[in-house]
Structure formats: C-alpha cells, structure tokens
Write a protein that binds this ligand. Structure first.
Ligand code: PMP
Length: 460
C-alpha cells in the first residue's frame, strides 16, 4: 500500500525552473493555436494527483478534459495496456475483425440496447474512430447516407470538434470558425435550453418547449423538415458551460424527430462514459436516440472514439467509411479495463461498488457543498450538474457572466495546487477522475472556499 498525497505539495514557485524551460521551448516550437491557461507542465501522475516537471504535486479536478476516467496510471488500466501492447499494436480494424474490438463493441452496446415489446433487444452497431471529432464526422456522414437528406440542426453553445463538419456543427465561440471558412453547407443552429439563462424570452420551466417551438417555426417558414437529416445535441452541454437541460427537453426533441423522420444524434463525447453517474448522460431522461458519439472517457486517456447507431440506421455500404487507426487494440484494452471499473467488475478501493456509483456519490457531495458556498459568495451565480460533471458559473453584480472573475479564480486555485479548467463564458468545470474520493473532494473544496474568500475580500 503506497501512501497517497492528501494535500497538494508545492516545492517551488510556479512555474519552477524545469517547467519554465519547457514552457519557453513549447512557445517557440509548438502550434500557435494551443491554449495555456496557466503555467502547468505535467510530468507524471497517480490517481487524482499530477506532478509537474519540478516535483510540485497537484490535485486534478479536470481529468484531461473529462478523459482520465480511472485517473492517472491506474494499475488495472496499465496492466491491460502492457499486456496488449506485447501482442501487436496495429493491424487495421477497417479490414480485419479482432476479438478485443468485437468484445468492446458488445460491452458498449449492452448499455444501450433495450428490450423491445415482444422480448427481442433492439440491435445497435458500433463504428470505432480515434477522436470525438471523428465520431461526429461519422455521425454526419451516416445521417446523410441513411436519410438521403442533407441538412443538420445543431445547438448554440455546443461543441462537437474541430474538423470541418464538426466545427460547422459547433455553436460556441467564433474563434473556432474565424478565417477557416467556407464550412459545411446546410447546417443551422437553434438555442439550447439553459435553465439558468433561458433563451427566446422563456423561463426555466418553459425553455424546452420554447426551443421545440422555435424548431417547428423553422420547419414552417424556412427549412423544409423533410430536408433535415439529423438533429445533433449534447444531452448535457459540455464546453458551453456544463449545462443540464430541463427534463422535458430531450423527450420532446425525440417526438419532434419521430414526427419528421429526422435522426436524433446525442453527442456524449464529454458527458458520457459514467461521468454523470450513469453510463450515458441521456439516461437521466426517458429517451433513446438513433446515434451516440463517444470518445474522451472511454479508455481513460488512450485515443479511441465510437459512433453507436441503431442497426436499422447503420446501413452504409461496405467500404464507404473506415479509419486506419480507429479501434486500435491497445486503446481497446484500456477501454475494457475502464469499463471493468465503471461497471464494478473490478473494484477501486474507496469507491463503492463501481466508478459510476462513486461519480454519483462524490459528485452529489461536491454539488451540495458548492451550493452551500453560494450563500456566502454572491458571485457564484449558478452551480449545476450531475455526478462528476459540475459547472460553476461566475456572475457580476448585474447577474451577467463574469469571465474575468472566473479567470482570476482559476489562476488562484492553480496557485494553491488545484488543477481546474474553464468552459463557457464564465464557468469553471469540475470534472475530476471518477476515482475521486470524498476526502480528496474535501481537499479541492477547501481550496475553492479559500479562493472565493480571497476574491470576495479583493472585491471589498
Ligand atoms: N463533442 C463534444 C461534446 C466534446 O466535448 C468534444 C471535445 N471537447 C468533441 C466532440 C471533440 O472531441 P475531440 O477533441 O476528441 O475531437
């Protein structure tokens, strides 16, 4: 039994000399498009702790953007990868079937296939890629191919990736699009029903219906519904600010899609794979899509993504779509190990029956503690989420999003050893590895409280 850190351990000023050297070389040689929210240079990790190039150990509250489900260097994941990598590292799934990817598909599908009236299970199929964007591209292609229609409807504030199809669908921040056009034709964006900032003059209670009405009004006056191949939506919006829609939104969207023969695609890249306390975030609502995109959390950090689609929908012809690296066996091994932990086949000490249980349990605790802090710090405008998918929105005295204050909070937390990541206009996401214990959560929450106390003293 190794002794785990209980508190961040800061040995140098930040950044320390080794980190500073790497930062300087990074600035010189790597893409000018990379963001660097604060001077952190990871060197190695264990569990929910990351140590930088100078030996400073910090608590990880963002998990490589909701990716490292089992934390860093989890022994069960490491063993699975080591075992697989000695067999072969690549053959090409597009051409040849392999046990490890076949059984991975079967395991993923077991979480979506539901019994139909009459007793048979509804069949689904899997296409494997490498990244979220690649899964989204596959979804666009499949929706068009299957329906023979071209138009795709997406939501404002959404994020779907940075390849051409995916950035076209992305509905947040013009920086993703400026100077890159022309983008994909035949894409429209509709508001997302954010209960904290209800769109279209609606209220938190009516915002879902308002968005549905808005789409229907497009069908009447602007966009023929029978030209719409798909509506793509994040069942809980990630990059846009960790937003949970009202319970009636997705069922109403399902109804609308059924009425018009439109494919409903749920982008579960960020909220899926147990993060919200259920395998997929849409499972918090009584609804079933036609396609699901997955990536990030599947393999605790090894690159793999998936498009899941109903068998009746995945009808594209042999050879029409593929990927050289997609479904890589080493990534698939890490995905199996991650599923073992998520499903509770392998237990992680201190995390209850499964990592999904733990996400619910510890996430619920963080959510309620942050809500208590709202009473003391009026700039914490909204605290929302499910499981370990939690958004904390900073607001100014007028209630408007306060991105500057959020940035100050983010930097101050880093300086105290709490790694965090922004999203939306003024949100900090809490998306730690799903192995976070309650004790570790308390450590992070204490740093947050200390930060907010300092910020409120500064505000005078
Ligand atoms: N969809 C969603 C919901 C995402 O959050 C992201 C990444 N933030 C993507 C797609 C794109 O994934 P990737 O960066 O792996 O291409």
């Amino acid at each position: 039994t190794q002794s785990k850190p209980r508190q961040p351990l800061l040995k140098t000023a930040l950044p320390g000399p080794k980190s500073a050297d790497i930062i300087a070389r990074d600035k010189q040689h790597l893409s000018t498009s990379y963001m660097r929210p604060y001077p952190f240079v990871p060197d190695h990790g264990e569990g929910v702790w990351l140590t930088d190039a100078d030996g400073n150990t910090m608590l990880d509250f963002f998990a490589g953007i909701a990716v490292t489900t089992a934390g860093h260097a989890h022994p069960h994941v490491v063993r699975a990868v080591q075992e697989e990598v000695t067999k072969f590292t690549h053959v090409c799934l597009t051409d040849y079937p392999q046990e490890i990817t076949t059984s991975l598909a079967e395991r993923l599908l077991a979480h979506v296939e539901r019994p139909l009236p009459g007793g048979n299970a509804e069949k689904w199929r899997v296409f494997f890629g490498n990244s979220g964007a690649e899964a989204v591209e596959a979804a666009i292609k499949l929706a068009r191919n299957h329906t023979g229609r071209t138009h795709i409807i997406s939501t404002m504030g959404s994020f779907h990736g940075r390849t051409y199809g995916a950035i076209t669908l992305t509905g947040s921040k013009t920086k993703y699009k400026r100077g890159f056009g022309p983008l994909l034709p035949a894409v429209s964006h509709v508001p997302y029903p954010n209960p904290f900032r209800p769109p279209l003059g609606s209220t938190p209670e009516t915002c879902a219906q308002a968005v549905i009405d808005h789409i229907e009004s497009l069908f009447v006056g602007i966009l023929p519904a029978d030209e719409v191949a798909a509506i793509i939506v994040e069942p809980m919006q990630g990059e846009g600010g960790y937003i949970v829609p009202p319970a009636d939104f997705l069922p109403k969207l399902r109804q609308l899609c059924d009425q018009h023969g439109i494919m409903l695609i749920f982008d579960e890249v960020q909220a899926g794979m147990g993060r919200t306390g259920k395998m997929f975030s849409f499972q918090h609502f009584d609804v079933q899509p036609d396609m699901i995109t997955l990536a990030k959390g599947i393999a605790s950090g090894l690159p793999i993504s998936a498009l899941l689609a109903k068998e009746s929908v995945m009808t594209w012809p042999v050879g029409s779509h593929g990927s050289t690296f997609g479904g890589n066996p080493v990534s698939a091994a890490a995905a199996h190990a991650t599923l073992d932990l998520l499903e509770g086949k392998v237990k992680h000490p201190g995390c209850g029956e499964s990592l999904m249980d733990n996400a619910r349990e510890v996430g619920g605790f963080i959510l309620s503690e942050l809500r208590k802090m709202q009473a003391d710090f009026p700039f914490l405008g909204d605290v929302r989420g499910e499981g370990l998918f939690i958004g904390l929105e900073f607001v100014g005295p007028d209630g408007a999003p306060d991105g500057k204050l959020r940035d100050r909070a983010s930097m101050a937390m880093f300086e105290k050893g709490l790694l965090n990541l922004d999203c939306g206009e003024a949100v900090i996401r809490v998306s730690p590895p799903l192995i976070l214990t309650r004790e570790e959560a308390e450590t992070g929450l204490a740093i947050m409280r200390e930060t907010f106390t300092e910020l409120s003293a500064d505000q005078g």
